[in-house]
Design a protein around this ligand. Structure first.
Ligand code: FAD
Ligand code: SF4
Length: 325
């Protein structure tokens, strides 16, 4: 591990000022991703600015009926919150499907959004990787890519985004941070610059995520398929909220995880569904519309039928809940 300086930020402005003076500095929140990267040599900062004592650990109702989640709210506390549990079940299910109980006790909302890909080459500094060392190559294309992307990838990088929570937040269209960036615009596709995961600039601090009021999200679900139940990242996941009236889809939100370099808002599937009968045939057509542009590699072609089936099953489950008294 490289030597680095450690500073504890007194307030948000001093945290931002400290990083502004130090191009090789990073914020430290729960440390569950960053500290692993320090040990592996994936991240070699000159300065750690500890933000864990800043006052962003509250979950507060907003005047418009939404909810503000402070960036330092721990994943366990968010999953246990009564308002979140009653209004946004998909978010609670996504949080509880992520990592382990001990990790969720430490992991924060901001850190969870900014955790980095689990592509094995990214985490192994003896291998080339365009995301870690721009221009060095992408061995995953010809090598091990079972967990990697089938949508939105580029020649430079085919990594998937790892956060479960972010998939639920993208389905909810949550704006985030002081510059209020919608989460759908927050994550970048890799293109020619896979080293940049998000639109955040160096030294920008996430202070909060705002959940919009979305009454029909009370009927929502997060379904995750993974290699083992104890803890593992998603092979495919679906976050969906569905409103059906008289057998017709009135409103729907869908995001997919484990299939793309960012949480994938399924706008094509949503367009097929809005105003259409809530039937299995329509759900299947919607899933096929979303996956029509998939470009799998030999090792991850299984994700195309898997994503289709998981999406259809999730919508069917929500429809069955809808018709129950
Ligand atoms: C064994 C294991 C299994 C896991 N399984 C899953 C899983 O199944 N699903 C899942 O979603 N996650 C999983 N995780 C990841 C875990 O959820 C993340 O490590 C955690 O959410 C990161 O939060 P943190 O507060 O610890 O972030 P840190 O490690 O402290 O920080 C992560 C990054 O975010 C930056 N950062 C943190 N807060 C801010 C802020 N407020 N503003 C700007 N930048 C900030 C840091 O500088 C750093 O670059 C797993 C982790 C481990 C170790
Ligand atoms: S897929 Fe992305 S993260 Fe993985 S080796 Fe290629 S460039 Fe690196």
């Amino acid at each position: 591990m490289n030597p680095f300086r450690y500073e504890r930020a007194r307030d948000a402005s001093s945290a931002v000022a400290l990083l502004a003076q130090e191009p090789g500095g990073v914020f430290l929140a729960g440390g569950t991703n960053l500290v692993d990267h320090l040990k592996l040599g994936v991240s070699q900062p000159d300065l750690l600015v500890d933000i864990t004592h800043l006052p962003y650990d509250r979950i507060e109702p907003l005047p418009d009926g939404g909810v503000r989640i402070g960036a330092l709210v721990r994943n366990s506390d968010l999953a246990a919150d009564r308002i979140i549990r009653s209004r946004y079940p998909l978010l609670v299910q996504a949080l509880l499907a992520g990592a382990s109980g001990q990790l969720r006790n430490l992991a924060t909302t901001g850190g969870n959004l900014l955790q980095r890909t689990r592509c094995v080459y990214f985490q192994d500094i003896s291998k080339p990787c365009n995301k870690r060392v721009p221009g060095s190559g992408c061995p995953a294309q010809e090598g091990y890519h079972r967990e990697l992307a089938i949508l939105g990838a580029s020649e430079a990088c085919i990594a998937t985004h790892p956060s479960d929570m972010a998939v639920a937040l993208v389905a909810l269209d949550a704006p985030q941070g002081e510059r209020a960036i919608p989460l759908t615009d927050f994550y970048r596709l890799p293109g020619e610059e896979p080293q940049r995961d998000t639109v955040l600039e160096h030294g920008e601090l996430i202070t909060a995520v705002d959940l919009p009021p979305l009454p029909f999200a009370t009927r929502s679900h997060y379904r995750k398929v993974r290699d083992r139940a104890s803890y593992a990242f998603a092979l495919v996941s679906v976050a969906a909220a569905l409103e059906v009236a008289d057998g017709v889809v009135r409103e729907v939100r869908i995001a997919l995880g484990g299939v793309a370099p960012r949480p994938w808002r399924a706008t094509k599937a949503e367009a097929v569904l809005r105003g259409a009968p809530a039937t299995e045939d329509v759900f299947r057509r919607a899933a096929e519309a979303e996956l029509a542009d998939a470009q799998p590699l030999p090792g991850n072609a299984f994700k195309v039928p898997l994503a289709r089936n998981v999406l259809v099953r999730t919508l069917l489950d929500l429809t069955e809940e809808e018709v129950q008294p």
